[in-house]
Design a binder for this molecule. Sequence first.
Ligand code: OAD
Length: 230
Amino acid sequence: MEKIVILTGAGISAESGLGTFRDEGGLWAQHRIEDVATPEGFARDPALVHAFYNARRVQAAKAEPNAAHTALARLQRHWPGEVVLVTQNVDSLHEAGGARNVLHMHGTLAGALCAACGHRWAAPPEMTVGQPCPACAAPTGRPDVVWFGEMPYHMDSIYDHLAEAGIFAAIGTSGQVYPAAAFVHEAAMAGARTVELNLDPSSGASSFDQVILGPATETVPAWVDQLLAG
Ligand code: OAD
């Protein structure tokens, strides 16, 4: 049975109350990327960066998965082939909705990372400047999220999955950030049928075979129903 590879972005969590980045009033309208989402910004002002991710961690912990998250978990349970979920999101709403083996290519708010030795541990709700690493004791704890200028996680395995995809879907992502924005081309080269599910057409919408517009809580359950009905 065909392998389905699904890429999700901030739009899938919007109806759970988590703000997107580039929609009107989104996170990047309120904060400068250079300040809060780069290694240089963290070196300059770690307190500001921790405050940004602490606020998002607290907010994400209160959020509930929505009908789009649970529909994808249902697809994973019932599709006879493999369903690979790749997310750019740092929330854990796919897992909270019942999904398994989610590839968090931009990391996760739930994790802390030692910038010195690479050790990972569960992040406390509030991280502080100089957070000591439980493994090497260096005061170099940081959120385990991928910043601009850093290599996203799990790329080898994501490209392997894309090369085997029969169906590729991008859900709730504006297609402005690479390498994720190019996954549709990788999947198409492998012969996959490609579909975008988004509120508005993304900048890369013309690269997809099919575009389904609307709020994720409506479009995603309907798309999953259709796939499972064969
Ligand atoms: P964006 O904020 O760029 O895009 C969100 C997309 O979701 C837009 O295309 C919206 O139209 C769509 N959208 C909004 N509400 C929706 C809803 N209810 N249902 C369906 N779609 C909806 O977010 P991403 O594409 O995820 O990276 O951003 C990609 C990366 O840029 C993020 O992972 C983050 C950011 O900078 C880093 O910080 C490294």
